[in-house]
Structure formats: structure tokens, C-alpha cells
Design a protein around this ligand. Structure first.
Ligand SMILES: *Cc1c(COP(=O)(O)O)cnc(C)c1O
Length: 462
């Protein structure tokens, strides 16, 4: 075992959890966190068989690298687990034309929630009948576009939208298949859910307040709309199925009420997305096969006891499919040890930051990273990986053990950045956004090219 400096001096600056074990080999790649095709060869991180130094040389840094095999493997596992149901990939996690094609080829459907996401899907040739349009404030133009292109499902979110969409559908002489988004009073957080307390939010129709039943009644009065089911989405980074159980129980209660009041048995039940992934050591994602089995059991039990036919189940994973496939490669620019008063923390500055990964600053999200361009036997140091933006909150990895010989020019790789990083990227400080590069079988393919300063200047017309 190597010696390491994790004595009492460091203890007081350690976070309560999730820093991992400094005694472990810092060159290791935890297979629950890193993509399926991440390896170290001669000490150097390879993604999809491609040396990260070559990736950096060819595509620059920062670069978001997507392991195509990992993405497709997870998509396929979902499709197989939910055979007899429908899996909608939530495009907001990350969407490009290439990714839309992977989703289609693996047999998944697609969720979009803006005209922009719809545009990407349609321009990739994604079958419109397999697209669902979500959102709490879809514009009339977006609804019109969905109707024009015969999008498969529209998930209704407000009374005014029911009338708006019905009007558009009738003018077009079409019948649009819709679901009603139900706020079931379950908000899932990591490792827990809080029942009933969270009706106070912008999405959907409240179940307990009777709005969901009223929305159903109003939809049924509209000749341009065909109600096919109910929808609920209880949150994100979920690590147990108890929240889904409560949600399904309440949704089936509403299905029963709809049958009793309207004589209608709805064929579809969409339980939303939200399954968690491993960002750091100790995160324990659920097995998708087991989740599918459990959701089916819950819905079957509830429907059987209500005397209802078993509806077709839909789920909407985003993070759980694209999150683990992504790795962001950065170059180290400065290394600065800082005395915290109770110990030393080394600030490692990389050439990106909150403009390409907002989640740490926004949600206190946790990430891990490794020295990628070489292996190191140097003892561990407690590091904080920070960006280059003008905010002290511009942190990418809050606490991580890195080899103490990290120097400017080294490449760092941050794991599990496939979801909600590039899709939430900004141009803060007029920073061009990074490219997204797919890797598979030792080859690379640019999905989204790097933005340039010229791209940014093109918008400045004053
Ligand atoms: C965000 C969202 C999802 C996807 O959530 P993940 O946590 O990425 O799985 C699915 N459905 C709806 C309605 C959403 O808003």
C-alpha cells in the first residue's frame, strides 16, 4: 500500500460523505461510474478504444466524449426490460441528430419538450408517431408544429392548453392523442420521497385537488383530442421504487374514477423518468430489469384489485441512458494549494467549468474525476476541480482525491457527464461551448462541433 497524507490534518476539510477512499488506487476506473468501454492502456485513459491524448489533440479540450456502445447498451437494456411497453428517451438530457438516430435504431421512442428539441428529432428523421411532446408552457406555435408533423403524443399540462391544442387539432381536421399529466403528490429525491407535500409546483394537474379529474372531463369533451392515458413524473436521481409505487397506486385510483364516471378504460400509463445513476463511489443505481419487473407488478396488482385491464406502461429515462456514457476531458491550467485553516486543499483549474457543467453549481451535484493522460503513483491530495469562470461557485468536482503530482498540461476526465451537461451548457464569459464526440471501436465521430468565437459573434448584430 502506498503512503498517503490523509491524516487528521485533512479530516476537517473532508465532506461528510462521498469522497471515496483515498487508499484505493487513484488510477482505477470504478465500472459502475465509468462508461462500459473506458479502459486504461499503458496508464492512459482510453474511451471506446481511443487514447484521450489523441482525442484532446484532434478535438481540443474541453470535449464531451460519448461512448456509443455504452449508450446503445443501456437503451437496449431498457427496451428489453420494458418489452410490451414503451421507453421514451428524454431528449432534454442530451439530444443531437446522431443520438436521435441511435435512439430510433435501438427501438426507443423520444420525449421532447420544446420546438427546438422537436426540430432536432424531425431533422434526424425520427418517426414522429414515436415522439411525445411535453412541457408546462408549450407555445401555440410548438403545438401547431406537433400537430402538423403528427407527433404521436402530447402530454397536456394546463386547462388553457387543452383548449389551445383542441382548437389547433380541429382546424387541422385531426385527432391528437393526448395524456394528462397528473401531479400525484410524490416528489422523489435521492434515496427518499416526500408524499403529499409537493403539490406546490408548476407541472401538471393536481390529483388531490381534483384538477386532474376535471382536466380529464374537459379533454373528453374536445372532439379534436383523444385521451389515451395518464402521465406522471416524480423526480430525478431516484434510487428506489417506493415513490413509483405510491405514484402508480394514485394513478390507478384515477383510472378507476375515470372508468366509473365516464365508462372509459384508458390504455396507457406513463410513469415518467428519473432513475438514478452512479456519479461517485457508493451510489447504487437500480438494475433496470428488476425495476421493470417491480413496476409491472405494482401496476398489475393495483389494476387487478380495481378490476381494470392492465394498461401499457411507458417510462421516460434520460439520465439513466446518456449520463454514464459521457466523459468530459479537460486540460489542467493551474494547480494551487490553498490553506483552508484546517488543512490544505488543492485547487485544480481546468479549461471549462460551469459553462459546460452547471450541475455542481446549480444542484450541489457530485462528480468524480481521474488524471487521464497518464497513470501516477504519487500520493493522493485532496483536490477541488474548478473552472475558468468569474465566480467562486464555478466548481466542477467539489472534493476528489487526485495524485499529488498533477501539473498544468495534464488531462483530467470527469465521469458521468453525458446527461444535463452539454444540454445545459451556456456561453457565460463568451465561452464557446464544447463539442460532443462519439467514440466506438477505436474511432471518433463528431456529433456536435465545437462552437467558435465567430459563432458567438454572428449573433451580435448591434
Ligand atoms: C426530465 C424528465 C424526464 C427524464 O428524467 P431523467 O431523470 O433524466 O430520467 C422524463 N420525463 C419528464 C416529464 C421529465 O420532465
Amino acid at each position: 500500500m502506498r503512503a498517503h497524507p490523509a491524516g487528521p490534518r485533512h479530516a476537517e476539510v473532508l465532506p461528510a460523505s462521498h469522497l471515496g477512499n483515498p487508499a484505493k488506487n487513484l488510477n482505477d476506473l470504478d465500472p459502475t461510474i465509468w462508461p462500459a468501454n473506458a479502459t486504461r492502456e499503458n496508464g492512459v485513459l482510453h474511451l471506446g478504444g481511443v487514447d484521450v491524448r489523441d482525442l484532446a489533440a484532434e478535438h481540443g479540450t474541453p470535449a464531451i466524449v460519448l461512448d456509443e456502445g455504452d449508450f446503445r447498451g443501456r437503451a437496449r437494456a431498457y427496451a428489453e426490460a420494458f418489452t410490451g411497453g414503451d421507453v421514451f428517451y428524454a431528449g432534454k438530457a442530451f439530444l443531437s441528430r446522431g443520438v436521435a438516430r441511435w435512439v430510433d435504431e435501438e427501438g426507443l421512442h423520444l420525449d421532447v419538450c420544446t420546438g427546438g428539441e422537436l426540430k432536432v428529432a424531425l431533422s434526424a428523421g425520427f418517426p414522429p408517431e414515436k415522439i411525445a411532446l411535453h412541457g408546462n408552457n408549450k407555445s401555440t406555435a410548438e403545438l401547431q408544429k406537433a400537430v402538423d408533423h403528427n407527433v404521436g403524443r402530447v402530454v397536456l399540462d394546463s386547462y388553457v392548453e387543452i383548449v389551445r391544442l383542441a382548437d389547433i387539432a380541429q382546424r387541422a381536421g385531426k385527432e391528437v392523442q393526448v395524456l394528462v399529466r397528473v401531479t400525484v403528490g410524490v416528489e422523489a429525491h435521492t434515496h427518499e420521497y416526500i408524499a403529499t407535500a409537493h403539490e406546490d409546483q408548476k407541472f401538471g394537474f393536481s390529483l388531490s385537488g381534483g384538477e386532474a379529474a376535471e382536466a380529464v372531463a374537459r379533454v373528453l369533451r374536445q372532439p379534436g383530442l383523444k385521451l389515451v392515458g395518464l402521465h406522471s413524473h416524480i423526480g430525478s436521481q431516484i434510487f428506489d421504487t417506493s415513490g413509483f409505487e405510491v405514484s402508480a397506486h394514485r394513478l390507478v385510483g384515477l383510472l378507476r374514477q375515470i372508468r366509473d364516471e365516464h365508462g372509459l378504460e384508458l390504455p396507457e400509463l406513463d410513469l415518467g423518468g428519473g432513475l438514478g445513476i452512479a456519479y461517485v463511489e457508493g451510489d447504487t443505481p437500480l438494475d433496470i430489469g428488476a425495476v421493470a419487473k417491480e413496476l409491472r407488478r405494482i401496476v398489475e396488482t393495483e389494476c387487478t384489485s380495481a378490476g381494470l385491464p392492465i394498461p401499457r406502461i411507458a417510462v421516460e429515462p434520460g439520465r439513466a441512458i446518456v449520463g454514464p456514457a459521457g466523459v468530459t476531458v479537460y486540460e489542467v491550467g493551474t494547480v494551487k494549494p490553498v490553506d483552508t485553516g484546517t488543512g490544505t486543499r488543492t485547487y485544480v483549474s481546468i479549461d471549462g467549468g460551469m459553462s459546460d457543467n452547471l450541475r455542481t453549481a446549480l444542484y450541489d451535484a457530485e462528480y468524480t474525476c481521474v488524471l487521464a493522460s497518464r497513470a501516477s503513483d504519487a500520493p493522493p491530495m485532496l483536490a477541488r476541480v474548478v473552472g475558468r469562470h468569474c465566480e467562486s461557485g464555478d466548481v466542477v468536482v467539489k472534493d476528489v482525491w487526485l495524485p499529488s503530482d498533477v501539473v498544468p498540461g495534464d488531462l483530467l476526465a470527469v465521469a458521468a457527464t453525458g446527461a444535463y451537461c452539454r444540454s445545459m451548457a451556456s456561453n457565460y464569459n463568451h465561452t464557446p461551448r464544447p463539442p460532443v464526440v462519439a467514440v466506438a471501436d477505436r474511432t471518433t465521430k463528431v456529433l456536435v462541433r465545437r462552437e467558435t468565437e465567430d459563432d458567438l459573434m454572428r449573433l451580435d448584430v448591434g
